[in-house]
Every structure is written in C-alpha cells, then in structure tokens.
Design a protein around this ligand. Structure first.
Ligand SMILES: [Zn+2]
Length: 282
C-alpha cells in the first residue's frame, strides 16, 4: 500500500519535474548570462520569450518596436496595441493628444498576488496623481474600461504599461523592487505620456551617446516626432530615460547637450510633469 502511494507520488513529482526541466532548458538557452535565481524566476515566461524587432507605423511615423510575448514594446516599457500600430489617419496623429481617458478618470484594479509592499507603492503613486494632477484614479467597481496593476516579477525592478486609454482592460506591470517614482512613470504611460528623451526638440538639450548604447538597442533613442510635445523640455522629468539606459560599457548614453552629465529623477513628479498632464487633461 505504501509502495503504491510512493510510486504515485514519484510519478507525479517526476511528471512535474520533467515539465519544469523542459522550461528551464529554454530559459538557460535564452539567457546564458543570467544567474540561477534570475533563471528560476523567469521559468514561467521564458518559454514564451521569443522576441523580434519589427517596424510599424505610429501616428504616421515609422517606428521600430519589439514584439515579445504577444505584445508590442516601444522604447523598452511602452506597450502599443495592434490597433495603434495600424492606424493611418492623420486625424488621430500624435501621442499625448490621443488616447486620453474620458472624464479624466482612470479606473484601476490591483491583482490579488501583488503583495502589500507594491500595493503601498501603488497607493502612494495614486495619491500623487489625485492630489497633484487633474486626473482621478478611482478603484474599479464594474467599469469595463480600466487598467489592472499586475505583478511582473519577484526579483526585478522594472515595469511596463500600455500607452494611453485603450478601452477594455489594459495593464501596468510592476516588479517587486520597483520604486514609487517608477510606478508614477509607468502610470504616466497609462495617461498617455511618452518618454521625454524622444521629444522632437531633444537635441537642443541632450546629446545621445550612440557609441555607448548596447548593440541592437539604438532604436530606443529615436525621436518620436509624431507625438505632441507639451511645455518645455524637462531633463528632470519622471518620464526621462536614465543617463545610463541601455549602456553597454557603464558610460552614459544620454548627456546634456553641453556634454555634461545629469542625474535622473525617479522620486516623483516635477512641476513640468504636472503641467503637462494637466494640459492633456484640462
Ligand atoms: Zn517608460
């Protein structure tokens, strides 16, 4: 009797383990440089992580984006819908001017597995939006158009978000170690903000250090000229890339136009960020 139970037990364990080994091999092949902890945490999604760089149209401009896990990633952490990549109408042209939330109101939910630490960060960020901008973030009851905060990874500090109002359910993804400032950044994408460094006037203020950018990542530093630039360029914006974003050698990839370094802001809104959001949501 006991033997039978043990056999069944091992049979189940073996089956499960075989399944996991299959996935871990994929993860190992696709991320040789990562340590075991990182591999372990990525086993759930690694099998799906087949990524491809693609070209598409956004607001009438040809852009390069990354197709990954069935989503379209632009400038690293902005997710574009398939619809956004196929629209050609110039009437819909522009980033910040399009896809705004009706009545300045963003309904949101938080995934049940988020964890209290991240929930506290979300609550802090929501309070920042609700107290300093014209947008109102309201816990969803039964609304059909809303954003869900999902838990991305237990060991990363990244996030990503759909850009602007999509209709239906859309997403902000937060990793375990993300900062409140970066939560505010991702929520900036939700309300429709692109990255500050991609403004069409950016070359007057910053100098892209192309030689320091990782191979294959230069497209993340292209200007997005189809967006609507609101207010003056703001190097301290919470929507600005970090000085060492995508660096291959530890050297800055973005400096001030006069070739000096700048320090990034991920503590929260600057006055310029608040003014921009309030211009979008008067
Ligand atoms: Zn971003």
């Amino acid at each position: 009797m006991n033997k039978k139970i043990n056999d069944l037990f091992f049979q189940k364990v073996f089956t499960k383990r075989t399944f996991l080994i299959g996935i871990v091999i994929v993860a190992t092949l696709s991320s040789c440089s990562k340590n075991n902890d990182e591999i372990a945490s990525e086993t759930q999604t690694a099998a799906l992580e087949v990524s491809h760089l693609k070209k598409g149209q956004l607001g009438g401009q040809e852009i390069t984006y990354e197709r990954k896990n069935g989503m379209n990633f632009f400038q690293g952490d902005i997710v574009l819908s398939d619809q956004q990549l196929t629209e050609e109408s110039t009437a819909n042209k522009g980033g910040a001017s399009l896809y705004r939330w009706p009545n300045r109101t963003i309904y949101y939910t938080i995934a049940g597995n988020m964890g209290s630490i991240n929930v506290n960060k979300i609550n802090t960020a929501v309070n920042e939006y609700n107290s300093k901008t014209n947008t109102r973030w309201v816990l969803r009851t039964n609304q059909s158009n809303y954003v869900e905060f999902i838990f991305g990874s237990s060991n990363g500090s990244d996030g990503w978000a759909h850009i602007g109002y999509q209709g239906g359910k859309q997403t902000v993804s937060l990793d375990q170690y993300i900062s409140v400032g970066s939560v505010i950044h991702e929520m900036g994408h939700t309300v429709g903000l692109y990255h500050e460094h991609s403004r069409q006037d950016r070359d007057q203020y910053v100098s892209i250090q192309w030689g320091n950018i990782q191979d294959g990542q230069a497209y993340n530093f292209n200007k997005y000229t189809s967006g609507t630039d609101i207010g003056p360029f703001n190097i301290n914006s919470v929507m600005m890339y970090w000085p060492n974003s995508y660096s291959k050698n530890g050297q800055p990839t973005i400096k001030r136009a006069n070739n000096t370094n700048f320090t990034y802001n991920r503590t929260g809104f600057t006055t310029g960020d608040i003014n921009t959001i309030n211009a979008m949501y008067p």
